[in-house]
Design a protein around this ligand. Structure first.
Ligand SMILES: [Zn+2]
Length: 465
């Protein structure tokens, strides 16, 4: 039996993760992400899929983030009808996140049509809510650490990756005609000391490793996130403004709530209202109650809720309420998504607040190339929102200490668990030039055989096993 891989995304970018394995005559897609950020990448979402989706037998999903799942509705629309394997929280989170993604696609298309800023006469969404509903009946959810048979010759096990609720490292076992082989996909790896999730499970063996590279060439500052948050909140309050935090609805929002709870309880910051203006963040917070075995905060629901509560915590439910927040001039914190400011209610808040010099916008997560978040980090004087150039007068703060991604030291610490070098390691899910530097560092420090694959490149992994 021969085993091949083809890279359909996640190469030289942190988005569009899709890796196609041909294992004998079984065709498996690992992750099915949407390209985001740079236009040349986003255009790939619209191209004809490089392989016919109807020829794929199964999909395995590492975690629910859109850069790993957001292409699923299109894959199904174009003929994929096999099982989609994932963990239990991933299945629930995917329903939230994919429906949200569909809504954003629909809104963007109708907004572009109404305001005629699209070159297309009648802009269409990449996929609709109806397309997305068809994904859910294909989901097959499994707990961590269970052996899952996906074909006569292939089994997988999901292990905790500590990056997002239910995020998994995947061990894939192939029983060849004479030999058995093991492939490991790291998925996105989390932090060693996250306040909510446990650290990534050590893996000690693989023939082939696909390792993520997001922060492969960066050390997250050892800085204390609570202290940084305290400084930013107090500065904003003394400037007489509002603190706006674009945050990923799942994961980052709950971590922020936990820190705000601690800071207000200890009187480190004033007890001011905290608005969670993201329907998805609200729903996702309930999933933390539903799946206590997937995180390390108290197993008791009320105790968990207490650790996320502040005196004036408001879950904003409808868009009318959301818009009314524009009237607030000072002493408030608004957390809204999407985290990279590519869509969602955060855009309305940015449209109104970027121009206010007394307000602060706090960037608290990874910002991919080409996103509004990255442009703000790079200090651009205006940001395009709803077809208008909005001047950036507010204060922009960045804190990477809250990142949900392992940094360089943590990635190396995880790789050092391998007792012997994998035969081949692919560095995926990273941007250049950091990706190349990271790959070279792995070669130098661990003496591993490392390849940074290119888009649509193929490799023979095993021959005649
Ligand atoms: Zn992720």
């Amino acid at each position: 039996m021969n085993v091949k891989v083809k890279f359909l995304g996640g190469t030289g970018t942190v988005t569009g993760s899709r890796f196609l394995l041909d294992i004998g005559d079984f065709r498996l897609l690992f992750d099915c992400g949407l390209f985001q950020g740079l236009k040349e990448l986003r255009l790939r979402n619209w191209e004809v899929c490089p392989v016919d989706p109807a020829t794929i037998h199964a999909v395995v999903i590492s975690h629910a983030h859109i850069d790993h799942t957001g292409y699923l509705p299109k894959l199904v629309k174009e003929g994929f009808s096999g099982p989609i394997y994932c963990t239990q929280p991933s299945a629930d989170l995917m329903e939230l996140m994919l429906l949200d993604s569909a809504k954003l696609q629909e809104e963007e298309a109708s907004y572009a049509a109404a305001h005629a800023y699209s070159k297309h006469e009648n802009p269409l969404p990449l996929y609709t809510t109806q397309d997305t509903q068809k994904v859910f009946s294909l989901l097959q959810d499994h707990p961590f650490n269970a052996k899952i048979r996906i074909s006569e010759k292939i089994e997988i096990i999901f292990r905790n990756a500590g990056h997002l609720l239910g995020a998994a490292i995947t061990e894939l076992f192939i029983t060849g005609d004479g030999q058995s082989k093991k492939i490991v996909f790291s998925g996105d790896l989390g932090r060693t000391h996250d306040v909510i999730l446990s650290p990534p499970t050590p893996i000690d063996e693989a023939d082939i490793l696909f390792v993520e590279s997001t922060y492969g060439n960066k050390d997250n500052p050892a800085g204390n996130p609570a202290a940084e948050l305290q400084r930013v909140i107090n500065n904003t309050v003394s400037n007489g403004g509002v603190l706006l935090i674009p945050a990923f609805a799942v994961g980052r929002t709950q971590v922020l709530l936990h820190y705000l709870h601690v800071l207000m309880k200890d009187d480190k910051v004033p007890d001011i209202p905290v608005y969670i203006d993201s329907p998805m963040a609200t729903s996702a917070t309930y999933l933390y109650y539903k799946f206590p075995q997937y995180h390390k905060v108290k197993f008791n629901q009320s105790e968990f809720a207490r650790q996320l509560e502040t005196n004036m915590l408001v879950f904003v439910k409808n868009s009318k309420h959301s818009k009314s927040l524009n009237e607030i001039k000072r002493n408030a914190i608004i957390i809204s998504s999407s985290g990279m400011m590519t869509g969602g209610r955060i855009l309305h808040h940015m449209y109104h607040r970027l121009r206010n010099k007394q307000d602060t916008l706090l960037i608290a997560g990874y910002q991919a190339e080409g996103t509004r978040g990255r442009r703000l980090m790079d200090g651009e004087p205006t940001i395009r929102i709803f077809g208008e150039e909005v001047p950036v007068n507010c204060k922009i703060e960045c804190m990477t200490a809250l990142s949900g991604h392992a940094d360089r030291d943590e990635l190396f610490a995880w790789m050092k668990n391998f007792k012997k070098p994998p035969k081949l390691t692919f560095t995926i899910h990273g941007e250049n030039p950091d990706l190349g530097i990271y790959a070279q560092a792995i070669r130098d420090q661990l003496k591993w055989n490392v390849v940074s694959p290119q888009y649509l490149e193929s490799f023979e992994l095993f021959n005649g096993i």
